[in-house]
Ligand binder design. Structure first.
Ligand code: SF4
Length: 651
């Protein structure tokens, strides 16, 4: 078919009536449908193509029970991959990777009494699952099957690709997704002969042309960002590839097949479901100054989506699926959304629940706007509360800014999902001086969900410029050799997690141990419902209720003190305090000066733990509350979430 310029229309794709099979394998999170498959489906529809989506991780979740699947899917990456790579290599060459059994980490399960039995059960469940999907899906309907690979989906994808190609040699098998980014995609193609092509870049940019060429029987030469195999088996890696930006030209996504699957397996009420969506790609902070540990993505270039389109897509999903718990997959929320997007959601009266990753520099008004739009969870990349560590990792935020975010989020009943990272290569142990002692003051704020030493991952500055951080002997994590018995070169190109040496690495536990223990105490205190709440009284005074240290204490602040304390709701520089108070309430400054002075008052608040300082910055720690009963209910609800280990994000 020729287009108006007389050239062949790249979208004159033959066999449009033949559906393209799109697959997502275990161990994707069962709490969410695949945004990747839904997006490819939308691009396909835009070009008159048909797809059939198979979110087979849900089949496996059903197969081994949702509770076990959800438990396993976190923090067991190498073992989960091994459960399927052993099938791939076992069926291919008789190597069932039994060596890994003796060295693998224990499963991250609350009870390990039956660990060996669970592993044995999972091994046979993985085989019977593959048998079932191979036999029960009519793969002969497809000429092309695309598998989307994100974290820990390689093993199952390899095993399925092998079985499909053996059974249907004419089928074209294509891999894509974040696990194929960078050099990893070409490595997969080199060590797995059952994959015909790997898309290493954003799929939207090449998907229609890839399908057109495959269906025309054309070579994939020159298709940027795609690695492919020639007729003689040589693997070609096409460099480059344009970046995608959602300008609102594609149709809206839907999650129809996922909901049908949930219904088929009667899983609707057995998993906590989130609907993923995307409102930007890249990171506006990372493109300026990527955090030293961040290997979240190969490409940091920031590309916000068209806002009206995002809003329309969410309204469409809400109506189509009658479900409104949304989860933004953005690396970082678009800045403009706080002024424009969230207020519109509120104006339209949508009763939605939303999650966003944000930077920990939001103003109180921005957090309020997010909460009023249905914002329930943020991940603000807090990472640490030590000034030295934050600066060292190029986080671009300050310790008290992080405390401020935790505080305002609690004021607006927003859950803060965050990790406390420690043990950065090249950092100074002195960064940790006094850090553990400060934490009891924060027991009323959301405690970190995980506490761990930083990992070195591909695409991070740690991996790209190790010398800057004193990192030497960078090598892939030794478990890769155990779960992927392929050439070392391919492994080096594929691996995402690295081992390395640096000075003081073997002393990490010595200088972080006290802080880690203090974090665990914080988690326990938060589970027990610790509060530090300030209740404004009619005469302008404040009553502060404090249960952080066990027994309840109450403090009474005079109206003048209350004005100063309220000013400190946002972190302030000590030297500016008098001027600020003079501008806001000169009578309060006069009263405080007359009654002993500001320095004395700040000292008193330091002793009682009502404020926290970092250098000359100071912040009030109490959460401003309107009503004591409502505040108690909120604290109890937050504690219960932790006790019940509720799923608050689909990871
Ligand atoms: S950690 Fe977050 S803020 Fe930092 S570069 Fe990565 S995505 Fe951006």
């Amino acid at each position: 078919m020729l287009n108006v310029s007389g050239q062949e229309d790249i979208f004159s794709i033959p066999h449009k009536d033949i559906p393209i099979g799109l697959v997502s394998m275990p161990w994707a999170s069962a709490n969410a449908p695949s945004l990747q498959l839904a997006t490819l489906d939308a691009i396909a529809r835009q070009h008159g193509l048909q797809t059939e989506r198979h979110e087979l991780f849900i089949d496996f979740c059903h197969h081994i029970t949702p509770s076990l699947y959800s438990r396993l899917v976190h923090d067991n990456e190498f073992t989960l991959e091994w459960l399927f790579t052993r099938i791939y290599f076992g069926e291919e060459s008789g190597n069932w990777l039994d060596d890994f059994e003796s060295v693998r980490p224990k499963l991250d399960l609350p009870r390990l009494d039956y660990e060996a039995e669970i592993i044995e059960g999972l091994q046979s469940a993985a085989i019977s699952f593959l048998d079932s999907v191979e036999k029960n899906i009519d793969w002969s309907r497809y000429d092309i099957v695309g598998l989307s690979l994100s974290t820990q989906q390689l093993g199952a994808s390899l095993a399925l690709a092998r079985r499909l190609k053996q059974r249907y040699p004419n089928l074209t098998v294509v891999f894509g997704g974040s696990q194929c980014a960078g050099s990893a995609g070409t490595a997969i193609l080199k060590f797995c002969p059952y994959v015909d092509a790997v898309v290493r870049v954003e799929g939207e940019m090449v998907f229609p042309e890839l399908i057109r060429r495959i269906r025309h029987g054309e070579r994939l030469d020159g298709l940027k960002g795609v690695s492919h195999r020639t007729a003689d088996g040589t693997v070609i890696e096409e460099e480059g590839g344009a970046l995608y930006q959602n300008t609102g030209s594609r149709p809206f996504i839907n999650y129809d097949p996922f909901f049908e699957k949930l219904e088929h397996f009667d899983l609707q009420n057995k998993i906590t479901l989130f609907l993923p969506y995307e409102s930007s790609r890249g990171c506006w902070w990372g493109e300026r100054s990527q955090c030293s540990f961040c290997g979240l993505h190969e490409i940091m270039k920031y590309r916000p989506s068209q806002m009206d389109f995002v809003l329309g897509e969410l309204e469409h999903l809400a109506e189509r699926h009658d479900y409104t718990r949304f989860y933004a997959v953005d690396l970082i929320a678009p800045k403009a959304f706080f002024d424009e997007f969230f207020p519109i959601i509120q104006e339209r009266g949508h009763d939605w629940t939303m999650f966003y990753e944000v930077k920990s520099n939001l103003s109180r008004d921005e957090i309020k706007a997010f909460a009023e739009a249905g914002g329930k969870v943020i991940q603000p990349g807090i990472e640490s509360l030590q000034a030295g560590s934050l600066k060292y990792m190029h986080k671009g935020s300050h310790a008290l800014q992080n405390v401020q975010t935790l505080k305002w989020a609690k004021e607006f009943d927003i859950i803060v999902y965050w990790n406390y990272l420690m043990g950065f290569p090249g950092e100074k142990p002195s960064f940790y001086d006094g850090a553990a002692e400060k934490l009891p003051l924060l027991h009323h704020l959301e405690a970190p969900f995980t506490i761990r030493d930083v990992m070195i991952t591909r695409f991070s500055p740690h991996e790209k410029t190790p010398e800057k951080y004193g990192i030497s002997a960078l090598s892939i994590h030794p478990f890769y050799n155990r779960i992927l018995p392929v050439d070392q070169d391919h492994l080096d190109d594929f691996a995402y997690i690295f081992d390395a040496d640096w000075e003081l690495k073997d002393q990490i536990q010595d200088y972080t141990g006290a802080l880690k223990q203090a974090c665990k105490t914080w988690q326990a205190a938060y589970r027990n419902g610790a509060v530090l709440d300030a209740f404004p009284q009619e005469d302008g005074s404040l009553i502060v209720k404090d249960t952080r240290f066990g027994e309840e204490r109450r403090y009474s602040l005079t109206p003048a003190e209350a004005r100063l304390y309220t000013l400190l709701g946002e972190k302030q520089h000590e030297t500016k305090l008098a001027g600020l108070l003079r501008g806001a309430a000169p009578w309060a400054l006069e009263t405080i000066t007359r009654d002993g002075g500001m320095d004395d008052l700040l000292q008193k608040w330091h002793r009682t733990g009502l404020i926290l300082s970092e250098g000359r910055q100071v912040i009030a720690l109490a959460i401003l509350q309107k009503d004591e009963e409502i505040a108690s209910q909120l604290a109890a609800r937050a504690a219960a979430r932790r006790i019940n280990n509720e799923a608050i994000v689909p990871i």
